[in-house]
Design a protein around this ligand. Sequence first.
Ligand code: ADP
Ligand code: MG
Length: 311
Amino acid sequence: MSKLDIAIVGEINLDLILYGLPEQMPTERELLASDFAVTLGSSSAILAHNLAALGSQVGFITKVGGDSFGAIATDRLRERGVHLTRVAHGAKSGVTVILPHESQRHILTYPGTISELRFKDIDLDYLASARHFHMSSLFLQRELLPHVPELFRRVKSAGLTTSLDTNDDPEDRWKDGLAKILPHVDILLPNEREAMKIAGTNDFENALSRLGQKVKTVVVKMGASGAIAIQDGRRFNAEAIPVKVVDPVGAGDSFDAGFLHQFLRGADLEKCLAYGNLCGAFSTTDCGGTEAFRDRARMQEFFRRHEASNQ
Ligand SMILES: Nc1ncnc2c1ncn2[C@@H]1O[C@H](COP(=O)(O)OP(=O)(O)O)[C@@H](O)[C@H]1O
Ligand SMILES: [Mg+2]
């Protein structure tokens, strides 16, 4: 087996997105959306999809629902060449319904198989066949969560580098073994709010320095302000790419894809950050987190245009 660049353990589901809904949504009324999209959702699957679109060799370990939603979701990954030989099967797919309004959005998730992946579903030898290990959506992995510190410890001792994007904690507890996981994480990829939650402070600068003492490379995604990183006590700022945003869903996962794709090629931190911003911005130019990355020609054209203006 050729060596995988990265093994990702995580969740898979479809996102159903209804655009153009009114700001206020009274009950018992027929409310019309102006557009609708079904896209591959879930942070882990979006990352797997977009990393493969960029050209990384990606192995994805997940639990898929035994229904048509599960089949559509895995087909989207297969189209991009994601390796799916270690997929476990469950009963009912999870689903996320996203209702973007003018400024805010509702995000409603039924977990289904999203939370059902178990430690025994994971082939540790397969993970060890990759160079790098990543997890996203930590707190959604309810069955796996108690075993995640052990999982990270094992892959680290097998010689892999590691990264983690916790995403949000729906219970807003920010515990569940995080303190035991972080010592095994090489790259932590939160957004601004998550960075403060993980560090247990409302002060962003304080959060940066606390996290920087725990993890070698901390990369904080700052939306339209780009990203900030702390590595071995040094601080790096990387500006966002100006773009007309169609949909911000999945921008953070796409940033992770760009950053990790360059990291896996041995690029320096500045290049990793620039590529993260490039992919985050590109993701916002189309629906959901993966639609933009399905059009290879448009992706290459966007990269050419913005990489050139970056130099
Ligand atoms: N309006 C925007 N303009 C340009 N780039 C953006 C914009 N919003 C997000 N991005 C890119 O996507 C990355 C992730 O977005 P962010 O909203 O911070 O993360 P998350 O989706 O995890 O909350 C940003 O760091 C940036 O590179
Ligand atoms: Mg995120």
